[in-house]
Design a protein around this ligand. Structure first.
Ligand SMILES: NC(=O)c1ccc[n+]([C@@H]2O[C@H](COP(=O)([O-])OP(=O)(O)OC[C@H]3O[C@@H](n4cnc5c(N)ncnc54)[C@H](O)[C@@H]3O)[C@@H](O)[C@H]2O)c1
Length: 254
């Protein structure tokens, strides 16, 4: 597959899980992939593995809370590759599970800073660069928790609802400049966030999540990556401002 040959893609949260799977798929489709993440060691290892397999991938350490660094990264992508065709703003954290009254301001701020302000910090310079070029596609990672209430996850759910609002607004503003902006809304996906050692979810929570999913299993990161690649491709040329749910049917059941 060489659909993205000659194109450049920027992916945040690319050292792990959904972002990593998307970087792998993008590189396999021919793109030059800029992988950004807070986790330098895992990110460098992942980019080297893609390059060893014949793909084009470089790693940049990035904290999406740092607006200046997000802007500088877009500048360095343009300086190095001369173009930015696709961006996947995906870095995120889950926060903690508790009643809303117990979430606390510190947790609220941390989750909003990374999951929502982080997407804004990345998207603003990307939109500026893409507007100058007259083309581009952006995908932001929301969640099914951005389309409905998520008991125990007030900060997370609010942040992901915010991502959808930001996505819709940018889609409406930038369609006239040839830029499409979409959100992907994963259900439960098997990544370190859900099943890793530092996951906030208990075994029984995860069992309930799977039994509430008609397909009766976790999604795999690659299954989200497939949607992201399609949304970034010219095959999705009339698709913008959408919330694309990939959840094994979880949000379809009542
Ligand atoms: N796994 C799921 O079930 C699920 C469901 C819905 C949405 N999501 C969303 O998908 C995205 C990816 O999650 P994942 O499941 O792949 O998790 P993950 O923990 O495997 O990956 C998240 C990555 O984001 C990076 N990151 C965290 N804070 C950062 C920061 N400040 N700056 C830069 N990078 C940072 C981490 O280092 C990590 O590599 C997140 O936005 C998450 O909210 C996940």
């Amino acid at each position: 597959m060489s659909e993205f040959l000659g194109k450049t893609a920027l992916i945040t949260g690319a050292a792990s899980g959904i972002g990593l799977a998307t970087a792998q798929l993008m590189a396999a489709a021919g793109a030059s992939v800029v992988m950004a993440d807070l986790d330098q060691e895992a990110g460098e290892r992942a980019a080297a593995a893609i390059a060893d397999g014949g793909g084009r991938a470089v790693f940049h350490r990035l904290d999406v809370r740092d607006a200046q660094a997000c802007s500088a990264l877009v500048d360095s992508v343009l300086a190095r590759f001369g173009r930015l065709d696709a961006a996947f703003n995906n870095a995120g954290i889950s926060g903690a599970t508790s009643l809303t009254e117990d979430q606390g301001l510190e947790l609220w701020q941390r989750v909003l800073d990374i999951n929502l302000t982080g997407v804004f910090n990345c998207m603003a310079p990307q939109l500026r660069a893409m507007r100058a070029a007259g083309r581009g596609a952006i995908v932001n990672t929301a969640s099914i928790a951005g389309t409905g209430g998520a008991a125990g996850a007030a900060a997370y759910s609010a942040s992901k609802h915010g991502v959808i609002g930001l996505t819709r607004t940018a889609a409406v503003e930038y369609a006239r400049y040839g830029i499409r902006v979409n959100a992907v809304c994963p259900g439960y996906i098997e990544t370190p966030m859900t099943v890793g050692a530092s996951s906030i979810f208990t075994g029984s929570h995860l069992e309930r999540a799977v039994s509430a999913t008609p397909i009766r299993r976790f999604g795999q990161p690659r299954e989200i990556a497939e949607m992201v690649l399609w949304l970034c491709s010219d095959r999705a040329s009339f698709v913008t401002g959408g919330q694309h749910i990939v959840d094994g049917g979880a949000s379809a059941s009542c």
